[in-house]
Design a protein around this ligand. Sequence first.
Ligand code: ADP
Ligand code: SF4
Length: 686
Amino acid sequence: MTRNPRFDVLFEPVRLGPVTAPNRFYQVPHASGMTNALPHVRAGFRETKAEGGWGVVCTGAVSIHPSSDDSPLPFGILWDDKDIRAHALMTDAVHRHGSLAGIELWHGGACSLNRTSRIAPLSPSGMPWLSTHVGFQGNLRPRAMDRSDIRDLLRWQADGARRARSAGFDIVYVYAGMGYLPYEFLLPEYNRRTDEYGGSIENRARLVKEMLEVTRDAVGGKCAVALRISLEELRAKPGKHAPSEAHEIVALLSDLPDLWDVKMDSSPTDCAPSRFSGEGSHEPIIDFVKTVTKKPVVGVGRFTSQDVMVSQIRRGVLDLSGGARPSIADPFLPKKIDEWREHEIRECIGCNVCISSWHDGVPVRCTQNPTAGEEWRRGWHPERFAPAASEAAVLIVGGGPSGLECAVTLARRGYRVTIADSSGEFGGRLRFETRLPGLAAWGRVVDWRLGQLRGRSNVNLYPNSELKVGDILGLEHPHVVVATGARWTKMLYSTIEFPTEEFDAARVYTPDDIAAGILPEGPVAVFDFDNYYLGGAVAQQLAQRVAQVSYITTAGHASAWTLMTNELPLIHRALVAAGVRIHTLERVAGFDGTELALADVFSGTERRMPCRSLVVVGVRAPHDELYRYLKGLGPELARAGIETVARIGDAFAPGAIVHAVHSGHRFAREFETNPAEAPYTRDYPV
Ligand code: ADP
Ligand code: SF4
């Protein structure tokens, strides 16, 4: 089917200097966790997006010199000619589908800590760039660049641009954003130079201007030159002759780049989690750019709604609709719009698990798209599936994220699938969790899968169906997949970093109890050593209904692991705003129903605080009794016609939603295939 004419504007070509983007879908540079050591994984990941219709597909940050070394965080490199071939794999792959390939040349300045190269980081004035989390800091401080360092930087950028052109890139970036070196020159508080690179706004912008010029010379008219710039801080600074310094800088550099790629300044605002920001959250900062430059402008904002994309183009906010996360969650987003299948788009939920992969130093993972990062390694294509190997029927018990994903993938392969859940509503843990403050968008995990399952003739959905062993034996499905999830336990935390036994006393609860509707008597203490989002979200929700909620964690921050997903500072802010008192680096050592004993995790020093109810958010245990019972039946299973029993998701190994989805997907991909043939291909540098 051809597309809805309402969206035609999204498919218009856009001229970018010497090259033309075939449409307005622009995958902006974003981290993939795939270094030059994984060139085939990287090419496969980017190629899938080009195949899915993204008119431009860019790399993540590619370092131009060893003095820009982000290790142990993953980054691409283009330090010498030997690196060209690794990148050419990607440009060839992207060009195969008629898309343009862009490269984000990058120098991190004081933000790159050079842990491997051990070169003193470069900065405009020798000031350190101190991240809020010491894990992202180093203790080698930067030095101030002199004029010869600036000349070197311009040479590295030019060399990088020449190599990028040789590697086949169509768009070459100057990157002046997110605290990196050219951006550091733009900020008056940070750039304290007194030479021609500091002081006035013309002087502060001089380095970026020169980088644009050397890049243009180096690419010799073959590639477009893009400027990626963060405008949040600059927009907040009143300008001398314009509303803000952001206006002034865009006016100063106006027609120098062939493309403006405009964004926010820090990870939590730039890559804003859905828990705290909606779609299009960058617009108030970047909405002016097109009024100042005639060159095309691209920006992002977790766009999954084609109406928002169209509106921004029609209103003159952007020329190209940029996507990072929406392109990870559904690489085929443009194709689906083009074929009037937009209802099939697997929308990003804004959980930022993809970002956490980069912080973890591994290839990208996505909660919504289990094939992300697995395109080359496991041969998983997001839209193509090996056909069913037989006509076998599969019964899935449990309709949470893992069961639903397993059902969708088996059904897409052509198997007959029955999925049952004891609840009247599918969704498993998300039934409760999406009702917590800010987490409604996560419901897309369930909505997309149910949308895929409904209306398929090979799928039967049975809500309100708690299956017991006898039911399963009588259902005549030769294959049973148990996806019954996990339960939260009341285990506390020992002094040696693993859980103790269950603490079963009056008014001690778990998130399962809160999900079941129990309202604890205040004062309530939420003791969190799971350290992901749930403990913080439960405390925030309880604070709306109970007076005096405290949040206690063994970690140094509330919801400490959400440092990985950019949510941590925003969660702290939300807890404080909700009136929750945060106590860090303590563990619950006892509770007598009126007082809580807390022990400092390092010194063991104990103190007491009044408490009527304790909610423990610690450890989950698989809800796998059904699986174990079925497995224990032995020959009786065969007599009932059951050939295989498997378990997936949290019933197998409790984890985050991303792991449950991956587990369900993997089972369905590998079902009735020879495990020895299931690829897990090792990549190698070229
Ligand atoms: P996962 O994250 O692995 O998908 P969830 O806990 O989110 O796990 O979902 C498990 C689902 O299994 C829940 O919706 C629960 O209602 C359902 N369930 C558990 N036991 C049974 C059973 N015996 N019959 C049907 N559904 C069940
Ligand atoms: Fe979106 Fe979450 Fe996937 Fe990232 S991991 S692309 S935020 S759904």
